[in-house]
Design a protein around this ligand. Sequence first.
Ligand SMILES: Cc1cc2nc3c(=O)[nH]c(=O)nc-3n(C[C@H](O)[C@H](O)[C@H](O)COP(=O)(O)OP(=O)(O)OC[C@H]3O[C@@H](n4cnc5c(N)ncnc54)[C@H](O)[C@@H]3O)c2cc1C
Length: 393
Amino acid sequence: MSTDAIDGQAGGFDPAEEAQILDAITKWLERDVKPHVMALEHEDEYPHEMVAQMKELGLFGATIDPEYGGLGLPASTYAKIVTTISEVWMSLTGIFNSHLIMSAAVQRFGTEAQKRAFLPRFATGEMRGGLALTEPDCGTDLQAIRTRAVRDGDDYVINGTKTWISNGIEGSCFALLVKTDTEVQPRHKGMTMFLAEKGPGFRVSRKLEKLGYKGIDSAELIFEDYRVPADRLIGGEEGRGFHHAVGGLELGRINVAARGVGLANAALKDSVAYAQVRKTMGKPICQHQAIQLKLGDMATRCEAARLLVEQAAGAYDRGERCDMEAGMAKLFASEAAVENSMEAMRIHGGYGYSKEFAIERYFRDAPLMCIGEGTNEIQRIIIAKQLVERNPV
Ligand SMILES: Cc1cc2nc3c(=O)[nH]c(=O)nc-3n(C[C@H](O)[C@H](O)[C@H](O)COP(=O)(O)OP(=O)(O)OC[C@H]3O[C@@H](n4cnc5c(N)ncnc54)[C@H](O)[C@@H]3O)c2cc1C
């Protein structure tokens, strides 16, 4: 394997360094990913070889501090990486996105001992995982979770079920949100987050079948008298779990928005190329005004979505509050991905519906961006609440 590792540096990425990173990613995508996407996607096969290459590239440590072995990339550079990869195969970004949100929870809220014990292994990809929040009867209303942890000597004993967990089968460690107190009000004060490694009492019950987002594993996880040492409680203090979970959402939303931009771009690029070679009535379809109107709207959506992501990532990197900005980016970019994939299908006519073209994959993948990291209905509510809060009369 000849994948070039990316050189990391703490913060302050200049445009030349960023261009070098994106160039290494683009070369890898062209050489090692593009030729295999169609087959792996249609077979819903986990891309083991690509994961090994992603380890070499340093992607599993992209946003982890260099002190703990990561690349320490700012969110703005990271978002561009996510967009670039999503243009080729969005599923790949899920393999390191939720892993990095778990890592961010440890980096931001963990004890020094937890950081030293876990972050270096997360950064190399030797230990991979994700975020286990959602349960069969609650996703949006996280405070309604029922997975329960009860203190027993130096351990906690955990019982419950998590569902839709990305990397649930291939991953070995998860940031697991539980209830340590079911009585306290407000409910979030009874929530706690653990670093849960697979072991006795922690099993995968099933792989979940999906419309799209193939290749990456989504699973249901069962905890039956699962014992976790008390020193795996993130930050060491009960009742902070909800804060830890929502603390990662801004970056998570920027990630999902960046994926949306990638999908919207891919649909546009394929359409611009196809419209120049497909002829009807004696001329390429790009010369018909009906197609030009679609291309014009698609390109405008791509640019607007990209700028919203850039703005949200910039605010995040400057340490500013950016829930409204991340929400707007996530909302607009995910809807842009849905609209552009539909328009690409129309432009491609019957071939858009064929499994021999990538368009049908964009069409299946795009709706997930409207659901994950807080549905788009919730994003609209967050934006509206922030509008009022920031503009009091
Ligand atoms: C492929 C895939 C991968 C995923 N990966 C992960 C993962 O790695 N880890 C993880 O923890 N979860 C994961 N999820 C779960 C995902 O985060 C949830 O599906 C999402 O948060 C929505 O929750 P829900 O499905 O329970 O929908 P619900 O919360 O039941 O919502 C149903 C509908 O009601 C609307 N709604 C709910 N509450 C309100 C409200 N207050 N106001 C207005 N509208 C409302 C929603 O917008 C939605 O339209 C994944 C899901 C999928 C499909």
